[in-house]
Design a binder for this molecule. Structure first.
Ligand SMILES: Cc1ncc(COP(=O)(O)O)c(C=O)c1O
Length: 363
């Protein structure tokens, strides 16, 4: 088994050439404007609008994805209602619901895509249901047609947590709203940041107020807003990373292929195959003990740091006392899943070596 001299982390952020970033900083210094809807933020918004093919009126930027979700949920009127969502996600999907006083109802996932299954969701829709929040987990596309049908049939909002799905053009504009996280662990980032894309342009004004304390004018504050504004340095980082987006996306495919080539003939390791942007490299092992052994031995013997993403399942965390057995597929998969290193700059040969080490560990 090969031990890497320097640690290989599960991810590393892309950093643009420092000279380009400095040039942007000079612009910020000249503007003397650091936050509150500044010129760099407006440039970033325009560039995103062009890249995504979404009018500027139908998107809004935030200082992180969690607050984007929280304010997005609130603006869509979910406070006080039931919202059907997945337990197989990062805690933020549900935390943002709880924080506005909505009640997350967890439904089990599809064992292949690891996303919510519209057929299972439909059985739990009640008059109290205000929305469904599916997650394109790891960049695996949800059944967007199935959810669109449920939205129409029951008059509930469909809000996607698309934190992992940046760069998947076919998913842009699905549902009533989608949230993208620009955290540095994501394939595209703005140091920290979040983006909402929404169908109804009328929501934008509300979101712009909510992200700035719900201050309406010099003398009016109209609601309980938050401070969720993206600042100028974040916007600059986003702009510089966006210049590189095609390369960032291509590189992820290369890394994925390198893993795939090694795992193709290995029944002990199942590579989760459904992501279009290959934002993550999730693999499934036959049981919990094998996953734990691989996680520990990669760390101790190979200097490779993977992530048990998502484990424990969020229905085991104190604020979401669903208890064991409520979502058996998600519980089982959470106990067997591991995400392997992938990032811009990881050598494909190193990805191959990691995969060979995994194979050796599982025997
Ligand atoms: C599925 C999911 N939803 C929401 C978030 C929250 O995004 P952020 O870290 O930008 O607040 C994350 C990531 O961190 C995530 O993975």
């Amino acid at each position: 088994m090969k031990r890497f001299e320097k640690p290989i982390l599960v991810t590393r952020p892309y950093l643009p050439p420092i000279e380009d970033f400095k040039r942007g900083c000079e612009e910020i210094w000249a503007n003397q404007w650091l936050t509150n809807n500044g010129p760099m933020l407006q440039k970033f918004q325009k560039a995103l609008s062009e890249y995504l093919g979404v009018p500027e009126t139908n998107l809004a930027l935030f200082n992180n994805g969690t607050l984007a979700l929280e304010l997005g949920y609130y603006a869509m009127g979910l406070a006080g209602g039931d919202v059907i969502t997945t337990p197989f996600t990062f805690v933020a999907t549900s935390h943002a619901l709880k924080r506005i006083g909505a009640n997350p109802i967890f439904v089990d996932i599809d064992p292949e895509t690891l996303c919510l299954d519209p057929a299972k969701v439909e059985k739990l829709i009640t008059p109290r249901t205000k929305a469904i929040v599916p997650v394109h987990v790891y960049g695996n596309a949800c059944d967007v047609d199935g959810f669109a049908r449920l939205g129409e049939k029951y008059g509930v909002k469909i809000i996607y947590d698309a934190a992992h799905a940046f760069g998947i053009k076919s998913l842009v504009g699905c549902g009533d709203m989608s949230m993208y996280s620009f955290h540095p662990t994501k394939l595209f980032h703005s140091c920290e940041g979040g983006l909402l894309i929404f169908k109804d342009a009328a929501v934008q004004h509300k979101l712009h107020e909510l992200r700035n304390f719900a201050i309406h004018s010099e003398t009016e504050c109209v609601d309980v807003g938050s401070n969720a504004k993206m600042n100028e340095l974040q916007a600059l980082m986003g702009l510089e990373c966006l210049k590189k987006i095609d390369d960032l996306l291509d590189y992820r495919q290369k890394i994925y292929k390198a893993y795939e080539e090694v795992f193709v003939d290995c029944d002990e390791v199942k590579l989760v195959q459904y992501s279009q942007n290959k934002a993550y490299v999730p693999v499934l092992f036959k049981d919990f003990e094998t996953r734990e052994r691989v996680y520990a031995e990669l760390k101790e013997k190979c200097n490779v740091f993977t992530r048990r993403y998502f484990y424990p399942l969020l229905t085991e965390f104190a604020p979401y006392v669903y208890g064991k057995g409520a979502c058996p597929i998600a519980e089982n998969l959470a106990s067997r899943v591991l995400t392997l290193p992938t990032y811009f700059g990881l050598a494909p040969e190193d990805a191959k070596t990691i995969a060979e080490n995994v194979k050796e560990i599982v025997g």
